[in-house]
Design a protein. Sequence first.
Length: 332
Amino acid sequence: MTIQKSGEKAAVIVQDLLTLARRGVSITDVLNLNHIISEQLKSPEFEKLISFYPDVKAKTDLEKDLLNIKGSAAHLSKSVMNILSNAAEAMPGGGTVLISTENLYLDRPIKGYNHVESGEYVTVTFSDTGMGIPEEDAKRIFEPFYTKKVMGRSGTGLGMAVVWGTVKDHKGYIDIQSMVGKGTTFTLYFPVTREEIAKDESLLPIVDYMGKGELILVVDDVEEQREIATGMLRKLGYSVTSVSSGEEAVEYLKTDSADLIVLDMIMDPGINGRETYERIISLYPNQKAIIASGFSETDDVKAAQKLGAGQYIKKPYTLEKIGIAVKDELKK
């Protein structure tokens, strides 16, 4: 190794040490991970990485309406680069790393490498077609300087420790799925913020989907989700009432009315969204409703729509998305 290359290597290690040392920075900037990923893939650092691994291809599948998070752009950019470097080094003969983002609502905790609590998240997933990580190594991959390979051109032995520290500072979670000989998938979970970065000219003017005081009934078993929906709908000019179960919704409608129901599909304990809607339309056949769920369009969702329910919107949703769905359904 030449003196120049030794110096460059030392500089990279120092940079990673500084990133680790600066843990606990104020995570207050409103950011969008799609922007951070797109910028990183155009960066000189990424171009340099690909010059070392020309047969490695990076592809993206970024959610169009990705929600924002609060964070540090510098630390997140560094983490994206470190995972991409790790993926490239795992594919010495070439391969593909797919970077995808998604809005995700978990109404139940999930167990993985981390125990991920319920809530609203933005996820970013890195899936490579590399060598994979043995289970015993995966357990230690985030330890500083833990590696079973010769340091690559981009490696410092601190890269994944930086990722771990950054995710934890952002109050997030990490999951790893790996199969030796097949590849590895890292999924990072970051809590959503409802704050906006800045006025986005591509968004519809809010006046286009404002309400006129119509009464909306929100039905959801999760208090936080009721509060989010209620806050958004009131901001849009609607009167809002919320209940925590399908049974409560049916009882409410026996004595009161609603212009539209925002209906969660999976509620526990008690009846689910489909059965709730069945009971409601047996009393009021023309009752308007839209469906909100953290899961994809299940058979229950489709069954409710066949009975007359309107649009399905996936949690977590934006103000614009729920606003347009409610406005469109009320027009029918």
